[in-house]
Design a protein around this ligand. Structure first.
Ligand code: FES
Ligand SMILES: [Fe+2]
Length: 449
């Protein structure tokens, strides 16, 4: 439960709000590269952290991210003319470059120096991993771009997508951080019939068997451990054979999550606020893992009766929403009785049904948290403390380039006797050293001649 004040502090992201100011200290996904315009192409609307912006690419290929409304009298520059290295307002012809400088003011006398005094709000951009990132904080507080591994990603491996969610970003993120709901919301009849392939023993289970473990022990014990990037936590379950199964999920400030994956995961989810009541759920590949041994076997969804929403091949990367509040997420009551626990056919929409139905900004004075909510409680506390700290003049956590952001990994494993889950997915994990080859390559000492 949160007080009304803390709930407001946690969720509100507009300019000048404590959380909004914290979020503005990080490079933030603004749009997908596939959505970004071509040189002299059509401008694109971007709404981010409650601000209305326009993205355009100038004649030389520079990407500008600027305030939507013209500083003259406020016409939308979305309707502007993108021509000759600048975006020209259609109302009186004022023209701005990608940095927001006014480079032409044809409605004023040629001798006027007024244009040198006018600027359009603009934010720097950086393209990486299929995402256009931006920094919206004070220029004198700019932080380094955090490379989660995308900077070295080969073009053929870049894969980023986003899905619109009609609720507050914290609410949506809480769903990704919550291991307990995989034992409920995402269950289906037929889990018991998944054949036992013998991987219920210390080591890495198959993805198929993971479903059985989640179903077998539906009240996981949670252990939370703070890290330099935020925290990681273990959802601990007992398997049918009596072993200790761990799902380790990571939270990286301010809205990154790595969801437990066999054997470990480097794909990140980011819950980026459009405004207080909407967010984009970004998902992107940070690097390619060498899983030539096939640890985990077939994909998690090979044995599940769910549809998976995906961005269209050759589309712009936006995942379409077939199931929404308007159609009650397509809930099928017969299937809810006989096939799936939720009654919703598509996997992500199962999550959206529960997080969006809490209302645009859930009133957390009304909730009753249990022991399975420990990770969510930790996330809220860390974010609230960081927002207050920045408000008091402190630095935003996990922004330093002294850290290697490729260390943010999830993991899933059945522990060996005496094994500490805290090692899973870290640089000391032998399987990480073997399989996370892009990361390891940078760390191998070069053999002397
Ligand atoms: S409102 Fe844009 S030039 Fe006048
Ligand atoms: Fe979920």
């Amino acid at each position: 439960m949160l007080s009304t004040e803390d709930n407001e502090l946690l969720t509100r992201v507009g300019p000048g709000t404590p959380m909004g100011e914290l979020l503005r200290r990080y490079w933030t996904p603004a749009l997908l590269v596939n959505e970004a315009p071509t040189p002299d192409g059509d401008p694109v609307r971007v709404r981010l952290l409650g601000e209305n912006l326009v993205a355009f690419r100038d004649t030389n290929g520079r990407l500008g991210l600027v305030g939507e409304n013209c500083p003259h009298r406020g016409a939308s520059l979305y309707f502007g003319r993108n021509e000759e290295c600048g975006l020209r307002c259609p109302y009186h012809g004022w023209k701005f470059d990608a940095d927001g400088a006014c480079v032409d003011m044809p409605s004023e006398p040629p001798t006027s120096v007024f244009k040198d005094k006018v600027t359009l709000k603009s934010y720097p951009t950086h393209e990486s991993g299929g995402i256009v990132w931006t920094y919206m904080g004070p220029p004198d507080k700019i932080t380094p771009f955090r490379d989660f591994g995308t900077e070295a990603l080969a073009p053929e491996h870049v894969a980023a997508s986003k899905m619109h969610t009609t609720c507050n970003w914290v609410q949506a993120m809480e769903g990704n951080l919550d291991t307990s709901h995989v034992s409920w919301l995402h269950q289906f009849d037929g889990v018991e019939q998944i054949p036992d392939d013998g991987s219920d023993k210390p080591g890495y289970p198959s993805n198929a068997m993971s479903w059985k473990f989640w179903r077998h022990d539906r009240a996981p014990r949670l252990e939370v451990e703070d890290t330099w990037y935020g925290f990681k936590y273990a959802g601990i379950r007992t398997t049918p054979n009596g072993f200790t199964h761990v799902r380790m999920t990571a939270f990286c400030y301010p809205y990154n999550t790595a969801v437990a994956t066999v054997p470990f995961g480097v794909r990140l989810g980011m819950f980026v606020p459009i405004d207080d009541e909407n967010c984009w759920r970004y998902s992107f590949t940070t690097r390619v893992i060498d899983n030539s041994r096939g640890v985990g076997g077939a994909n998690l969804f090979a044995v599940a009766p769910f549809k998976l929403a995906r961005a269209e091949v050759n589309g712009n990367g936006i995942v379409p929403r077939e199931y929404t509040a308007e159609n009650d997420y397509g809930i099928d009551r017969d299937e809810q009785r006989t096939l799936t626990y939720s009654g919703v056919a598509e996997f992500a929409s199962q999550d959206l049904m529960v997080t969006e139905s809490m209302g645009p900004i859930y009133d957390r004075t009304q909730e009753r948290l249990g022991t399975s909510d420990r990770a969510i409680i930790r996330m809220r506390r860390l974010l609230i403390a960081a927002a207050k700290d920045v408000q008091a003049g402190g630095e935003a956590p996990a922004t330093s380039d002294e850290h290697d952001y490729r260390e943010v990994r999830s993991a899933e494993k059945i522990l060996e006797p005496g094994e500490d889950w805290r090692v899973l997915g870290t640089n000391d994990d032998p399987l990480v050293q073997e399989m996370d080859t892009d990361w390891a390559a940078d760390r191998q000492p070069v053999a002397g001649s």
